[in-house]
Design a protein around this ligand. Structure first.
Ligand code: PGA
Length: 312
């Protein structure tokens, strides 16, 4: 329907939103009585409102053939206009709901320990953008994060490898290379293309049972029928880094745990490394994510570029 601004204004002054809603229902259902039923109105009310709208438009909107009503050409145009209008109003309502939801709310995240090297930065940006949202981050190892996931305690989980025994959605969002770390003054520090058998002969510092990093390292060696010489088990990436720097042995860690400028550690050039892995945003399959959680997922997928850049 092509209208000048003044016709538009005239139409909007005289036709009510309710009349358009009633007209749309009659047009869609092809019946005054069914429209009345759907809208919980009496049939005379529906007929009267359509009549008033017809007067405003100045052209018949329906023609009756037997029991069924058909749209006239003007009716078809108005019907298309109504659909468009209602779609726009729906979108506006959704935006309003989102704005309300994002002005306040809570977001619970559980991430495996290595996530603490990059996740707080993403959360920092997220909190700046949505200051009303309260964020909690539970940092724990893979096994505990899995327990929390099974108990549905958090909105989003961060894993270095999606769980295989729980049905989940897992979105890869950042590379997570695992490297062999050694003290900067280690005899292999400058060696090139070190065979993994050589690494397996070094004293090895292993993360605690339940750690995803440990799982990945164990798998890597097992697939090559090798077993690292575990000298010590330590319960955190930082403890391992300190022990490696202190010359107690080598280890396999996420490259994210190594800060630029930390001169006392090096990543060794070992054949087969880095192990190519990813960080995943994970939530139970079928879980209805809150607006806040959904927004965070989209935000993290975008913001990750910033983190990638900062880690270079
Ligand atoms: P972790 O997890 O902190 O349990 O070792 C890291 C990972 O799963 O990659």
């Amino acid at each position: 329907m092509v209208e000048s601004a003044s016709t538009h204004a005239r139409l909007m002054r005289r036709a009510t939103f309710r009349q358009l809603e009633i007209f749309e229902a009659v047009a869609r259902l092809g019946s005054f009585s069914r429209a009345a039923e759907t809208l919980f109105l009496t049939q005379p009310t529906v007929s009267m409102q359509v009549r008033k709208l017809t007067d405003v438009i100045g052209m018949p909107l329906f023609e009756q053939v037997g029991k069924r009503v058909y749209l006239t050409e003007a009716g078809r145009e108005l019907y298309a206009t109504c659909r468009e209008l209602f779609r726009t109003v729906d979108a506006f309502e959704m935006t309003l709901a989102n704005m309300r939801g994002l002005r306040q709310g809570a977001l619970h995240i559980a991430g495996v320990t290595t996530a603490e090297y990059f996740l707080p930065r993403i959360l920092g940006h997220f909190c700046q953008r949505y200051p009303g949202i309260e964020v909690s981050l539970e940092v724990t190892n893979r096994e505990h994060a899995l327990e929390r996931l099974r108990a549905n305690l958090d909105d989003i989980y961060i894993f270095g490898q999606p769980p295989d025994d729980v049905d989940v959605e897992a979105l890869p969002f950042l590379e997570n290379p695992l490297v062999v770390v050694a003290a900067a003054n280690h005899e292999l520090a400058r060696a090139r293309r070190i065979p993994v058998e050589r690494v397996a002969r070094e004293p090895f510092l292993m993360r605690e049972p339940g750690s995803g990093t440990r799982l990945a390292a164990e798998r890597f060696f097992a697939e090559r029928r090798l077993a690292p010489r575990v000298r010590m088990e330590l319960g955190s990436n930082e403890a391992i880094k300190q022990a490696v720097a202190g010359g107690l042995g080598v280890s396999v860690l996420s490259a994210h745990t190594l800060r630029p400028g930390e001169g006392d550690l090096v990543a060794l050039d070992v054949i087969g490394f880095p192990l190519r892995r990813h960080w995943y945003l994970v939530y139970p399959h079928g879980k209805q994510l809150s607006i806040v959680a959904r927004t965070f997922v989209e935000f993290a997928l975008r913001d990750v570029e910033v983190v990638r850049h900062a880690n270079k």
